[in-house]
Each structure stands twice: as C-alpha cells, then as structure tokens.
Write a protein that binds this ligand. Structure first.
Ligand SMILES: Nc1ncnc2c1ncn2[C@@H]1O[C@H](COP(=O)(O)OP(=O)(O)OP(=O)(O)O)[C@@H](O)[C@H]1O
Ligand SMILES: [Mg+2]
Length: 364
C-alpha cells in the first residue's frame, strides 16, 4: 500500500452547483515530494485540505499510512500544514508562533530552542524574532508559517503556496531551502503551487489539475516531453508552447497562412494514420534560427518579422506571427534580433507535437 492513497475523491461545497474536485485518485509513496499545480480555482487547496482533514470529503476515501482517514480529526493525521493564508497567532511573537506547536506536543524546552533557532536562521527571520505578525510584511509572515511547520517532526508536510508572497529572489532561495530540507528530513511533502517553475524544479512528481480534474501525473520531464493533452503542454514550460491549427496530408503539414513543412517518415508513422485537421505544438526552443539547423531542414525554411524581443541576458525570446498565430522562439544570446528584424527559422520536426482538435489529446 502507498503512504497516501486517494480513491475517487469528490468535493462539492454546500450550495455549490458543481464539483470543486472530481474523481481524484492518486497514490503517493513515502518520502515523495509531490506538487499539485494548476490555474487558480482548479481545486488544489480543496484537495490538500481534504487530505489534511480541514474539509469534508463528499465521496471517496483517503488513506494515510494504511489507515482510512475520512473521519479522523486533522490533529490526529500526523501532518504539519502551511496554509495559503498563513493563519498566524496575532498576539504571539515570531518565535512564539514557531514554538507554540512544539510546546503543545510537550517537546523538551532545550530541543524547542534548538529547532526554533534553526528554523529562524534558515528562514532569515533573525531580526524579526520578537515581532508580532501585524508588524511583518506578507513575505515575512509566510516564512513564519513555514517555520511553524518545519520544526515539527512529522511524516507528512502539506504546503499551500508557501512562497507566493515572497519576492523573486527570496522565492528562489526558499525553493532551494525547502528542497534541501526535504532531502534532509525525508518527510513526504505535498506542495501546492500555481507556479509551474516551482513544480518543475522541486517535485519528484507533478499532479496537474484543471477544473477539479487531474489531467496528468508524472515526473517533471515526462510532463514536459510527453504532455497528455494541450492543457498540460501549454501549462508546463515558459514561454508557452506555440500552437497552430494545421492540416496534415501524408507528410505535408499546411498552416493557416499557407506555410508548409514536411514531416520525416518517422514522425508521420508515430501519428498512426491520423490526418486532416490537427493542432501542431512546438516549444520555443525547438524553433531554430541557427545556420546549422536551417541547413539541416533546408526545405522547410520559414521567415517572419520580429514583433517583440525579450532580452533575458542568457537567452532571448523573439515574438513574431507565423502560420496564422502569434509565436515565440527561444534563442541563444548569440542570435540577437531586434524588433523589425527579419528572421529565418526551421521547426525541428523531431520535436513537434500533434493534438486532436476536439479532444485536445496529445498524439505525439
Ligand atoms: N468554501 C467554499 N465554498 C464554496 N466554493 C468554494 C469554497 N472554497 C473553494 N471553493 C471553490 O472551489 C473551487 C476550487 O477552489 P480551490 O481553493 O481549491 O482552488 P485552488 O486551485 O486552490 O485555487 P488558487 O490557486 O486560487 O488558490 C473554486 O471554484 C472555488 O471557488
Ligand atoms: Mg488555493
């Protein structure tokens, strides 16, 4: 049996006209770091809160460590949770907020002090330790909430957007700290985020949700390379994958503006005879501007005019219209192009995806 098992979980809030979570089944192994990711309102927090016991389950079963938990109170589920809205004790200082749970659990005071000092240091809260929550910024409060969870010796951490209020730099460093922490203490962790970069960089496996329904579960690179459908393909990866309405006829792909490319036989055969109207997807890094690649796929050389250029330092995102759709290519800093420049490029045909136009299922 897996450490956590969700079996056909549904949630319909009282008075709501539709489910917030529909038929979620999931097995999580001990020590895994799982990220729930998806757009706002897709049911991430609701699912997490049902695992924690703060929200009733409309139907389905939840097992933690082999025990059915449907009716078990949150405090008896062996979890530490970081809430999306922090929920700190307003009358307590930072260090009291962090130590409170341990005091309740009757942990010896020298051990509490050690753990609280460690958490405060890891979280960079030294200068705020005697302040109360109302005198802290959102990001500082969020770190206190994180501190309160990480000092607990628990087998299961549930974190709901624990870094959402931090500035970009702090978010990256906290992301590393949480990953390090997870490797050190090895507690199973479920981490909710709407940020696909956090999910990709931190998780062993990602659960991607839309409208209360799990779209795909897999290792970060599996989702990136083999998305189950157009939603997953578009959600994972930045900038977003380029999508085009195309017509496939044998090896020939025709775009809305009449542009054409020829697929190698190996790609056409993977399509398994699917023809006609499809959606073609290609990531920005697979649109190639360099001479070597253009030479390789000479016959399919395309051109466009750069409409916008994002210079990131290490690489550039070039925006242009092609095939009747706005497109973006990710190019190296050595292939600088400015707004108004004409670019020539090829699609790496081995990296093209095709989706069904109606179901949006990914064929390759
Ligand atoms: N207490 C509630 N009563 C009724 N509907 C609710 C309640 N809480 C959440 N919902 C609805 O359930 C759906 C899922 O909400 P949930 O909070 O789980 O989303 P989320 O994925 O965590 O989103 P976010 O990224 O914005 O935090 C939403 O449509 C939301 O409006
Ligand atoms: Mg939420």
């Amino acid at each position: 049996m897996s450490f956590i098992e969700l079996k056909n979980i549904y949630k319909k809030y009282p008075g709501a006209d539709k489910n917030s979570v529909t038929d979620v089944s999931l097995n999580i192994e001990e020590k895994e770091f799982i990220a729930f990711v998806g757009p706002s309102g897709c049911g991430k927090s609701t699912t997490l809160r049902m695992i924690a016991g703060f929200e009733d389950i409309t139907s389905g079963e939840i097992y933690i460590d082999g025990q059915k938990m449907n009716e078990t109170a949150p405090k008896d589920r062996g979890i530490a949770m970081v809430f999306q809205n922090y929920a700190l004790y307003p009358h307590m200082t930072v260090e009291k907020n962090i130590s409170y749970g341990l005091k309740n659990m009757k942990v010896p005071s020298d051990e509490i002090k050690k753990k609280v000092d460690w958490a405060i240091k890891v979280l960079g809260l030294e200068e705020y330790r005697r302040r109360k929550p109302k005198n802290l910024s959102g990001g500082q409060r969020q770190r206190v909430a994180l501190g309160r969870a990480i000092v607990k010796d628990t087998k299961l951490f549930l974190m709901d957007e624990p870094l959402s209020n931090l500035d970009a730099k702090l978010r990256v460093s906290m992301r590393n700290e949480i990953s390090k922490l997870h490797r050190q203490i090895g507690s199973t962790t479920i981490y909710v985020t709407h940020d696909q970069v956090e999910a990709m960089t931190m998780a062993d496996r990602i659960v991607i949700m839309k409208d209360g329904v799990v779209q795909q579960v897999g290792k970060p690179m599996d989702l990136y390379e083999h998305p189950a459908n157009k939603f997953v393909a578009g959600f994972i990866g930045s900038p977003q994958m380029n999508f085009y309405d195309v017509t496939v006829n044998g090896n020939i792909v025709t775009f809305e503006d009449g542009s054409r490319i020829t697929l190698p036989d190996s790609v056409t055969s993977k399509l398994g005879g699917r023809q006609g109207e499809l959606i073609l997807g290609i990531r920005g890094e697979d649109i190639k501007l360099d001479a070597q690649n253009i030479d390789l796929f000479k016959a399919d050389k395309q051109s466009a005019v750069v409409e916008n250029a994002e210079v990131m330092g290490n690489e550039n995102n070039l925006y242009f219209t092609f095939g009747g759709a706005s497109s973006v290519a990710r190019v190296s800093k050595y292939e600088v192009s400015g707004i108004g420049d004409k670019i020539e490029f090829v699609f790496n045909p081995m990296r093209i995806h095709f989706f069904d136009k109606q179901t949006e299922i990914c064929y390759i």
